[in-house]
Write a protein that binds this ligand. Structure first.
Ligand code: PHE
Length: 447
């Protein structure tokens, strides 16, 4: 139904033609894994929170996932044509209301609320995305922010106040690579109109040091858990943790960075952050504040901490999963890597189809838009039919007919349950339903 109402966490919302949330996703809005005692997402949240002094950083862990398009995008300076706004990427309740795609949706509100100089928000976030072992339409993020108020800083000297606060942060033994200048006119600009170089540099230094400490805490816990599981004989010569700062872009921070950690031979992106855009603070009614913000994906971190190989496991109610984390939240020393309880066989099935002619020809642009191909629509059909049995979906072949210009795609779907072995009959039946739904919902023509 396109227009009508939908209930989310006990509240009714009017839907319109923008509504695109499948019932499987709706059913997850009440799970709140970040608050479920002894769940790895909740344990990870607790570890990250523990790094930020409670006296400065207030925690907010109960914000509802339904927010306005304004909160999620406009308030943060996302341009009207930003791809993140597309219905192919975001779950909409109606034109003006959606399931937040990130915890940044609450920044403007909390900056304006002035309840503390720092905050940490943990919450479930929603994105239409591909199907594989590290993507799921619902996941959890933590947003953090810290501001200073020029009016309460002696002489308005924010830079000095920040540096004094910075000196109180403990040392960490990590190897930090930060090859770029604190800002760069083209790549990562200072907000010249509002900030002096000294204060922006001070805020950036505070941001980077705070997040380095956080990453240090997480990865030393991961290391000692792994060492304990490997038989307790802690290696004496542990290599120092390596991290690096990479320039980035977000509409609501400048300059901006991503923090990467060298882990098992690869550079791994763990968070995004930056100096908050002053327009955001001005619009929130706090023009004399200056500060930073970061956002981190909790599943991503939990997968490293606990060596959890598949993101679907977080949603499992199987005791063989949940029991492995019992007691950890009250005693982090018990933290140990997850031991996979089974490896059931994978079952690969291919589906090949022609896209609708209107899409490939592109002649009549209005019609072409209506039928435009969005891979996420296919992903959702698979998730809808197969649920958590869909492990991975990938494009394996692509072909454009030389004469007609029609496009043909072939996707390979891996069906595998985390909990049991599927029968042939079951997988065949599921795959047949996927094929039928692709025809009915997306109008493709099976080859
Ligand atoms: N919200 C951003 C994301 O989801 C992360 C971010 C948060 C970046 C805060 C900068 C500051 O990718």
């Amino acid at each position: 139904p396109t227009s009508g109402t939908v209930e989310i966490n006990g509240k009714q919302y009017a839907t319109d033609a923008w509504f695109n949330i499948p019932s499987t996703v709706l059913s997850l809005t009440g799970r709140k894994l970040h608050l479920q005692k002894d769940h790895p997402v909740s344990i990870t949240r607790q570890i990250v929170e523990s790094v930020f002094p409670k006296s400065t950083y207030r925690t907010y862990n109960h914000f509802d996932p339904v927010v306005s398009t304004h909160e999620n995008f406009d308030s943060l300076g996302f341009p009207p044509d930003h791809p993140g706004r597309a219905r192919s990427d975001t779950y909409y309740v109606n034109r003006d209301t959606l399931l937040r795609t990130h915890t940044s949706a609450h920044e403007a509100h909390l900056f304006g609320a002035r309840e503390s100089d720092g905050y940490l928000i943990s919450a479930d976030v929603y994105r239409r995305d591909e199907v594989d072992r590290s993507h799921y339409p619902v996941f959890h993020q933590m947003e953090g922010a810290r501001v200073w108020n020029r009016q309460t800083v002696p002489g308005g000297d924010v830079a000095r106040a920040v540096y004094e606060d910075l000196r109180r942060l403990p040392e960490h033994g990590m190897q930090v690579e930060d090859p770029n200048p604190p800002f760069h006119a083209d790549r990562n600009p200072l907000q010249e109109k509002y900030h002096t170089p000294e204060e922006a540099e001070a805020v950036a230094a505070h941001l980077k040091r705070s997040l380095e400490l956080m990453v240090c805490e997480i990865f030393s816990r991961a290391k000692s858990a792994a060492a304990a599981a490997a038989g307790g004989e802690q290696q004496q010569e542990q290599e120092p943790l390596r991290v690096r700062w990479v320039e980035a872009y977000f509409p609501f921070t400048s300059p901006s960075w991503e923090l990467e950690v060298f882990y098992q031979g690869d550079w791994l992106e763990v968070l995004g952050c930056g100096v908050s855009k002053q327009e955001l603070l001005i619009n929130a009614g706090v023009p004399s504040r200056i500060g930073w913000a970061f956002g981190i994906g909790l599943e991503r971190i939990a997968m490293l901490l606990f060596q959890i190989p598949d993101i679907r496991l977080f949603w499992s109610r199987d005791e063989r999963f949940l029991s492995q984390f019992r007691g950890v939240q009250d005693n982090l020393a018990l933290l140990k890597p997850f031991v996979p309880f089974s490896k059931h066989p994978a079952c690969y099935k291919d589906v090949s189809f022609w896209l609708r002619a209107a899409s490939a020809a592109g002649g009549n642009s209005r019609r072409a838009n209506v039928h435009d191909w969005h891979e996420n629509d296919l992903m959702e059909v698979v998730r809808d039919v197969a649920g958590d049995v869909a492990e991975d979906v990938r494009l394996v072949d692509e072909f454009t007919h030389p004469k007609t210009g029609r496009r043909s795609l072939c996707y390979r779907i891996n069906y595998r349950s985390l909990e049991r072995t599927l029968t042939n009959l079951e997988t065949n039946d599921m795959h047949e339903r996927v094929v039928k739904e692709l025809v009915d919902k997306l109008g493709v023509e099976i080859r």
